[in-house]
Design a protein around this ligand. Structure first.
Ligand SMILES: [Zn+2]
Length: 603
């Protein structure tokens, strides 16, 4: 067996790679023992939390010990992390290095290849099974004894690759932890029986509805899913029955990721549990249902909205997670550049008039609206909101939920709310002529009205109001400004590196004054913090159109959107595309995001 590299040797590799200096090496050698003792206590506590039990065994590796010193790298302006050290060691010893991306792993392969306790003890996960060779990620690829017994156990050649220990541990805890809950549920619900995919059959087997949904493993599995989703900053959880099994997908930063597959037989119980939490009718499985419930993550109370629909293979449930921190997000954090921020601030500080936010569903309009209301809320102003439905409850606002079924629509509510002496009125969305009329009237009679529209850009909002039959002179008199918005994914700051756009990419974006040149941008290469996607979080892209006297004149003449846009651009407005390009140039987002989330400006 080749000797495992000891601490001094690993440090030498890092010195040779230019990542640390000789002084830092000496520092680790001097203080290492003491540091390792503290680290062990920390790691054990963390592992107990992850695995949910008291007895854990753990040994500190040389690599994680060095990483715990949090040295600034000698060759780069970043902290020396476990991942970089692992990569350097793999390179020095000639082993392939991988980053373990939980999203790309085959759930079944991971949980079936090795049992949880075994995986945990030897820190091994199976990551690929192709051509008769099993590729395993390990922390010690030099451990021939372990590899030999793996080959014997699996009866096939083993190809070891080296991966960071914390990533391996995380996958083991997540995948096997989930599997344990699921398997217990399977056993308890008797899913070994044939034809159990039929809901009615499961219903009979499990006896009563209550048993299936309140079963401890089912309760745990749902609890796990919710916590996992919150941990990953997911906005939605989809639990989708398929022919063979059920798929759990989560929307993270606007993109759906497949996260788990669960056994077919467990799926109805999990959906029932979710329905039970949301106080829905569990017995009713043929009709769509909606409900909501609250839960606590850490110290934060979070509202979850549940929607179920029947599909060919069973009930599909979607859980939307309303993160209250979104409501508290300061206006400054939404992604405005200083000029646009100042403009928008001037719109919403007006005592009367109308401000419109526009963009498709999921473009962040609601977040901007709430942040704005929060920003202008004070004991001296009466803020009334008309919403369908109420997205987030906040005590500083007087919120009204629309009930179109009983005739309480935006239009009728607007008339009522004016008698409530409001200063600021937020109308969820202008969808019809009655709402448009009412909102404009309110804006013209001394109220600040904020609302949203579904249009692609700022100038089109004006034409939309024309289409809804609002008189041009009323629009020009009421409208203060329009903001079109999109969200782009942010480059993960933990793993981003600099790169150059190709001249083709620069030309594709028609970047002014940069034709044929190459531009410096940033891209995330994928790490555990961004689940290997290279992105973490999203930021707003804005087209802020101030209604100036010139634009007022154009509106009065009922000018087409292109003409209004051209004039706004003349007066210094940035298009969504230009705004996104500026974000890319600052290293905040990528070429792909700019291309995907914004259209080329049509003027
Ligand atoms: Zn990252």
């Amino acid at each position: 067996m080749p000797a495992a590299p000891d601490l001094s040797r690993v440090l030498d590799m890092l010195v040779d790679a230019g990542m640390i200096r000789v002084g830092q090496k000496q520092d680790v050698l001097n203080r290492g023992k003491e540091q390792a003792r503290h680290l062990l206590l920390d790691r054990r506590a963390e592992l107990r939390r992850l695995l949910g039990r008291q007895r854990v065994s753990y040994a500190i590796s040389e690599i994680e010990l060095i990483a715990s010193f949090r040295f600034k790298r000698a060759d780069m302006d970043t902290v020396l992390e476990e991942e970089a050290i692992t990569e350097a060691v793999a390179l020095a010893l000639g082993y392939p290095f991988v980053r373990v991306d939980p999203l790309k792993l085959d759930f079944k392969l991971v949980v079936d290849a090795f049992g949880g306790p075994f995986a945990e003890k030897h820190l091994v996960i199976a990551i690929a099974d192709t051509g008769g060779v099993l590729t395993v990620a390990v922390t010690d690829p030099w451990n021939t004894e372990l590899l030999g017994s793996l080959a014997q156990f699996k009866q096939k050649p083993i190809r070891p690759v080296m991966a960071p220990k914390f990533e391996i541990l995380r996958v083991i805890a997540e995948f096997h932890g989930f599997r344990r809950s699921m398997r217990a549920a399977e056993v308890e619900l008797g899913v070994e029986l044939p034809d159990i995919s039929n809901l009615e059959a499961l219903y009979k087997v499990s006896g009563t509805n209550e048993l299936e949904a309140t079963d401890q493993p089912v309760v745990q599995a749902v609890w796990y899913l919710l916590n996992y989703a919150h941990d990953q900053r997911a906005s939605d959880i989809h639990i989708e029955p398929k022919r063979e099994d059920a798929l759990v997908r989560m929307r993270i930063d606007g993109v759906l990721h497949s996260v788990h597959r669960m056994p077919k037989g467990v799926h109805p119980a999990v959906v029932s549990r979710v329905k039970l939490l949301a106080r829905l009718d569990i017995a009713e499985k043929r009709r769509p249902q909606d409900g909501r419930f609250k839960t606590v993550f850490g110290k934060e109370e979070v509202e979850l909205r549940v929607s179920t629909i029947p599909t060919a293979f069973g009930e599909k449930a979607v859980i939307r997670i309303f993160d209250p921190s979104v409501l508290k997000q300061p206006l400054e954090d939404l992604g405005f550049f200083p000029r646009e921020h100042a403009l928008y601030e001037s719109f919403v500080r007006a005592s009367n008039g109308m401000v419109l936010l526009t963009g498709p569903t999921g473009s962040g309009k609601t977040t901007t609206l709430y942040s704005t209301l929060h920003h202008i809320a004070s004991p001296r102003v009466n803020i009334c909101t008309l919403e369908d439905p109420i997205e987030m409850v906040h005590e500083a606002f007087n919120q009204m939920a629309m009930q179109p079924k009983i005739g309480f629509t935006f239009g009728t509510a607007l008339r009522n709310v004016l008698r409530q002496d409001p200063d600021v009125i937020m109308v969820g969305e202008i969808r019809d002529a009655e709402t448009a009329d009412g909102a404009i009237q309110a804006a013209l009679t001394g109220h600040l009205v904020l609302s949203t529209l579904h249009t692609n850009d700022a100038a089109s909002a004006v034409s939309r109001l024309f289409d809804l039959g609002v008189y041009p002179f009323l629009i020009s008199g009421a409208l203060i400004g329009v903001v079109a918005q999109r969200l782009v994914r942010k480059v993960c700051v933990h793993c981003s590196t600099e790169e150059l756009l190709t001249s083709e990419q620069v030309d594709q974006l028609r970047i002014k004054g940069a034709e044929g040149r190459r531009l410096k941008v940033r891209r995330g290469k994928g790490c555990v913090r961004c689940r290997g996607t290279g992105y973490r979080g999203r930021t707003g892209v804005f087209e802020v159109m101030k209604i100036t006297p010139r634009l007022q004149r154009l509106i009065q003449e009922k000018a087409p959107a292109q003409e209004i846009k051209r004039e706004a651009l003349n007066e210094g407005m940035m298009t969504l595309r230009e705004y996104a390009i500026k974000k890319m140039a600052k290293g905040e987002t990528t070429y792909e995001e700019v291309l995907a989330m914004t259209d080329e400006a049509m003027v």
